[in-house]
Structures are given as C-alpha cells and as structure tokens.
Design a protein around this ligand. Structure first.
Ligand code: G
Ligand code: G
Ligand code: MN
Ligand code: NA
Length: 254
C-alpha cells in the first residue's frame, strides 16, 4: 500500500514531528505537563493527523520504529524544557497496543532514558483499557517494571474501552484520563455529569488522579474542579502546539 511505503520513508526523512498539548492544574492554572501528539508533514498530501496513519502503522508494525522515534523525540524535548527551568514538567507519551505487547519495549525505554538523560519520574505513558485488558497478567507485570523505574502510568480515553474494574485494581496506575466524549456535554447532560463525577470519586478512592480531556469551556473546568479533578487538557487552555510555541507559553508566566 502506498501510504505504508510513504510512512516507512517518513520516519527516515524526518517528515514526522510532535505537537505538545498542555495539561493544566485546575487549582492554580499552571502548566504541569504536556501530551506529545505525532503529526506527519507529507510531501504531497500536506499535514496529516495521527487518526489517518497510526492505525496503518499499527497494522503494518511500523508503529515500532515510529513509536521509538516519538519517545526519543519527546524525552529529548522534556529534558530541554527541564533544563530551561521547568524541572517538574511531565511529558506524556501515547503507547499503542502493539508497542505495549512488543518484547523490546522495556529495553527501548531504558536506552532512550539513558540517551536523553530524561528523569523517568517526569515521563508518563498513556495506555488504553483495551491495551491492558488484552493480556492482564502480562500487562500487570510490565506496568510494575515501568513503575520500578519511576515512570508514571495513565489510562487514556477512560470509560470508552473494554475494561474490568477488578483488573484495574491490580494495575499500578497513577492517573485516569476521562475520555472527552464524557466532557463534551458535561454541563448540559445530567447523565454525563453523573458518570464524570463517579469516575473522579472512584479515582480518589483508588488513590488515582483524575485528568479531564477535551475541556473546551470554563464552566466545564469549574465543575471538574469542584468534583476534585486535579488536571485538565483541552482547547480552553490550548490546542496542541509546536515545541517553540510551547516554550513561549511556558516562559510566559508558569
Ligand atoms: O492529535 P489527535 O487528536 O489528532 O490524535 C488522535 C489520536 O492519535 C489520539 O487518540 C492519540 O492518542 C493518537 N496519537 C497521537 N500521537 C500518538 C503517538 O505518538 N503514538 C500513538 N500510539 N498514538 C498517538
Ligand atoms: O490521546 P488522545 O486520544 O487523548 O488524543 C488527544 C486528541 O484530542 C488530540 O488529537 C487533540 O487534538 C484532541 N483534543 C485535544 N483537546 C481537545 C478539545 O478540547 N476538544 C476536542 N474536540 N479535541 C481535543
Ligand atoms: Mn492520549
Ligand atoms: Na485520550
């Protein structure tokens, strides 16, 4: 397939780049972290969003070199921002199912942490429920190995995947990222409100932090804050930005 060949080349030709979307402390408004999001500057087709090519990368196995490039680039950038004074800034990186199941994941992460000098405590990996539930016992072992290094773990798109709370209890997870489909109508839909409030309460009882995705309006943020959700990510604060723009945003008041 054509896009597959092009994607193979794209990794070598430096056509990929990362945008970074800030995560905001609901209490203080400070930027506490960023999520790295990959984009592809295709020579003919122009800017492509990950929705168009991550599944191809996943199906063809190209997600392995692509994911390695993403992690290395994100860790380099995290180190650079930390050196510039943002010492606690968290860098969140998405890990796809195939990456997570690949044997070489742990050695690859160790190599990149060493290479970049990135503090593992500032690195967060985002995994979906479906990724973890495919083989819960193996997943739990790998998560424990990641935790031993100090790496932080988040469940992405929480509430939309197939998952079992009995397994969740045994996973050494740090944060639940509430899927943006629940946040969308938060202030108008009592059902969505009930779900979000319950997820936040459950997170607290399990000693997890709740993070809201897709926060677009101030009143959503207020509601989330009142329910005890510590962190928000979404267009209200910022779209995903190129590194230089995020550098300016970090410098301007954080
Ligand atoms: O940035 P955008 O909203 O278009 O991202 C769409 C989807 O692509 C999101 O679900 C996000 O998790 C996924 N995605 C973005 N960057 C990466 C990446 O580097 N690796 C993986 N595996 N998924 C990514
Ligand atoms: O990994 P995840 O599936 O959460 O990817 C985040 C995606 O959500 C990115 O593609 C990003 O562009 C998108 N996004 C981020 N903030 C908002 C928002 O406030 N509203 C909407 N509709 N999408 C958002
Ligand atoms: Mn994500
Ligand atoms: Na998400």
């Amino acid at each position: 397939m054509q896009l597959e060949q092009a994607l193979r080349r794209a990794i070598e030709n430096q056509e990929l780049f990362l945008d970074y979307q800030p995560q905001i402390d609901n209490a203080t408004g400070a930027i506490t972290g960023v999520e790295a999001l990959v984009r592809w500057n295709h020579p003919q087709l122009g800017l492509l969003q990950p929705g168009l090519f991550i599944s191809i990368a996943e199906d063809t196995g190209l997600i392995i070199p692509l994911g390695e490039w993403v992690l290395r680039t994100a860790c380099h950038q995290a180190k650079a921002w930390q050196r510039a004074g943002h010492r606690q800034l968290r860098m969140a990186v998405n890990i796809s199912p195939r990456q997570f199941q690949q044997r070489g994941l742990m050695p690859m992460i160790d190599t990149i942490l060493q290479e970049t000098g990135c503090d593992p405590k500032t690195l967060e990996l985002e995994l979906t429920e479906t990724t973890l539930m495919d083989n819960p016992d193996e997943a739990a072992a790998l998560l424990k190995a990641l935790k031993r290094r100090g790496i932080s773990l988040a469940i992405d798109d929480f509430g939309t995947g197939y998952s079992s709370l009995s397994h969740l209890k045994h996973f050494p997870i740090d944060r639940l990222k509430i899927d943006r489909s629940f946040i969308n109508d938060l202030t108008r839909s009592p059902e969505d409100g009930a779900i979000v409030e319950a997820i936040i309460a459950m997170a607290h009882r399990l000693h997890l932090e709740a993070v809201a995705e897709g926060v677009e309006y101030r009143d959503q943020c207020t509601m989330l804050h009142n329910w005890g959700c510590t962190t928000s990510q979404g267009f209200l604060f910022s779209r995903p930005l190129p590194a230089p723009d995020l550098t300016s945003l970090l410098a301007s008041g954080q």
